[in-house]
Ligand binder design. Structure first.
Ligand code: SF4
Ligand code: FE2
Length: 628
């Protein structure tokens, strides 16, 4: 048995890992241990399977062994192709999520009223859609159609690129990396990395940058913006977090995955009086819906639904023995859930045609019949309450925090200060003033997943605390957000971790020092916030005293995020190295050379304390260059 004290700092995780071991359940950490030593070729990005003459691998550790693939592909070609394909897959996942939201908006028009008409009109204006004489429903349909055309339009650049500072847009044009249509950019990565196509690592990474930008400033941004239109733009609210939010006496439903269409319908269905009555008949006190991973972020932000846990806690939720159903859609769903669920009474219910899991029950979700299907799914959970078996153990571990800091919410908060000093409202001026005066040294986005190569949660939390004490504001999304709220960093009390300047800013604005900005696609909110700040200051994003960090990242989506952040001019610190280290050229290109091209670059730093030091140096350098 692994010593869980070493692999996580989260108390609920430790307790449930012990229960898992007692009950002989294998978790992600056990499988990771069994996998050691992991393949060195794969880890360095030196294994190629792009054609059936392979697999080929480049030997680096000795002078013997192949130095090129059978086709002659070098380590640079192989490592950059692997990296680009991962970016394309990540961009595809985020963007397909965005497309699904656009389709949901398209089909919803005329049937339901959108929740944020103001945002709908704003997007229509940005995209040149005439609004005079049209009702919200018609505008919503036209916005949805335009969003859908972003995926395959024949000519022109992505519409949301215009949100970036002019200098950035010009740079993208000069470098030829401004994406045109989302699907096309992803297809071009697959084509150019096909056997016998592009062999030039710089050119391969250039195309990967286009695909990545089509994620951040395309698919993800569409996902975020149209989710806000459809379901409402998040506002600050309090929620509880960690596995202690499960309730022994209730029917517990965990909604896990990414797209808010499913989770919104489940939340509504769980409030249905007939189903609540049915739950009582089964002996339960009620129906308790909780969210996991990014679905957790989405429904917490819009409904105050508790955030049950992060990526590494999904199996442990079932190990409590208290989960009647885990309902999943797409992305970050461990196939192992079916195996774990079999050992308990939990029903694992898949809902997307894109993500079926052997051993799960498949109940396909269709937005057009959303509520009806959601009710049937919730009924499955309710009827499963009486089938609980074995020990039910919910650790008494939960915390509380304030979440839901969308860009609109942040501007509204800043207005409180602006108004009191008779400045124009609706701008980021107070934030810029705080940065210029030095009270706030800068801001950092801590994002990303969990990865067994790093201690669970503790890298996110340590990095956040190290930054706070240096008067650096932290914004967070995804599983980074789960880590921070569990550690209490989204509460007002967390001001105790801040330096004097940041503590004052938080007190004045009445905010926590770590701001929850949403799910992984919502990193697009951070891009827009940075653009607003850069535009206000008349500079580019790359001039700002900001950085991003993904200390525990693991997914292809994270590689896409990292690259679009770098291409947007941001210094990005990764706690886990991408699989490129087998090529010195590719590694140097990503971690050094790109800075002179794009103003952003990657840094690999496993240790969160050292990462914070490097970020602080970077921020102070940027301040010096700005003369502040
Ligand atoms: Fe080997 Fe080249 Fe085929 Fe890759 S593309 S598997 S390096 S022969
Ligand atoms: Fe996510």
């Amino acid at each position: 048995m692994i010593n869980c004290e070493l692999f996580t700092c989260d108390a609920a995780t430790k307790k449930l890992y012990e229960k898992a071991k007692k009950e002989r359940i294998d978790t992600v950490w056990d499988r990771a241990l069994a996998m050691q030593p992991q393949c060195g070729f794969g880890e360095m990005g030196l294994c190629c399977t792009n054609c059936s003459m392979g697999p080929c691998r480049i030997v680096k550790v000795s002078d013997d062994g192949p130095k090129a693939g059978i086709c002659g592909a070098t380590e640079d070609t192989i490592a950059s192709r692997n990296f680009a394909r991962a970016v394309a897959a990540g961009s595809a996942a985020h963007s397909d999520h965005g497309r699904d939201i656009a389709l949901a908006l398209y089909h919803a028009t005329g049937k339901i009223r959108v929740k944020d008409e103001e945002k709908l009109f704003k997007i229509a204006g940005e995209w040149g859609i005439a609004v005079e004489g049209k009702d919200a429903s018609r505008i919503a349909r036209e916005v949805a159609e335009k969003a859908l055309s972003e995926f395959g339009k024949i000519f022109g650049k992505l519409l949301f690129l215009k949100r970036a500072p002019h200098k950035r847009q010009n740079l993208w044009d000069e470098l030829g990396v401004a994406p045109e249509a989302i699907d096309r950019e992803i297809v071009e990565v697959l084509h150019s990395t096909h056997m016998g196509s592009d062999a030039d690592y710089r050119n391969i990474i250039r195309q990967a940058i286009r695909a990545a930008l089509s994620d951040g400033w395309g698919g993800s941004m569409i996902g975020t913006e149209l989710s806000d239109v459809l379901f409402g733009t998040p506002v600050p609210r309090k929620v509880e977090a960690n596995l202690g939010v499960l309730k022994k006496e209730c029917v517990n439903i965990v909604v896990h995955g990414h797209e808010p269409t499913l989770s919104e319908a489940i939340v509504m269905a769980a409030r249905d009086p007939e189903l609540l009555e049915l739950a009582k008949k089964q002996g339960a006190e009620g129906i308790n819906v909780v969210g996991m991973c990014c679905t957790g972020n989405e429904i917490a932000m819009r409904h105050g639904i508790p955030m049950a846990g992060d990526f590494f806690q999904q199996e442990l939720a079932i190990v409590t023995g208290a989960v009647e159903a885990m309902i999943v859609d797409v992305q970050c769903i461990m196939p192992s859930l079916a195996t774990v669920a079999k050992c308990y009474h939990t029903k694992l219910i898949t809902t997307s045609p894109k993500a079926k899991v052997p051993g799960a029950i498949h109940m396909e979700f269709d937005e057009q019949k959303g509520l009806d299907i959601a009710k049937r799914i919730v009924k499955e959970a309710v009827m499963n309450f009486k089938n609980r078996k074995g020990e039910v153990y919910i650790p008494d571990v939960k915390s509380e925090g304030e979440i839901g800091y969308s860009l609109e919410a942040i501007i509204k908060i800043l207005d409180r200060v602006t108004n009191s000093f008779a400045h124009p409202s609706g701008t980021v001026k107070p934030l810029v003033d705080a940065i210029k005066s030095g009270v706030l040294r800068g801001a950092v986005a801590i994002v990303g997943c969990n990865n067994h190569k790093q201690p669970h949660n503790s890298c996110h939390v340590t990095l956040a605390k190290e930054l706070l004490r240096r008067d650096i504001l932290v914004v967070t999304t995804g599983c980074g957000a789960h880590s921070c709220i569990k550690a209490g960093l989204m509460s007002k009390e967390a001001r105790k971790y801040c330096g004097k300047g940041l503590a004052t800013v938080c007190e004045l604005l009445d905010i926590p020092p770590v701001l929850h900005m949403g799910s992984c696609v919502d990193i697009s909110r951070i891009l827009v916030l940075l653009s607003e700040v850069a535009n206000y200051m008349g500079v580019d994003i790359s001039d700002l005293p900001v950085a991003a960090a993904a200390p525990e990242w693991m997914s292809e989506k994270a590689q896409s995020i990292g690259l679009y952040a770098v291409a947007s001019g941001i210094y990005v610190v990764l706690g886990v190295s991408p699989a490129v280290t087998g090529s010195e050229n590719v590694t140097n290109y990503l971690t050094k050379d790109l800075e002179s091209v794009l103003g952003g670059r990657f840094e690999i730093e496993k240790d969160p304390v050292k990462a914070a030091e490097k970020i602080a140096v970077h921020i102070e350098n940027k301040r010096k260059r700005l003369g502040i």
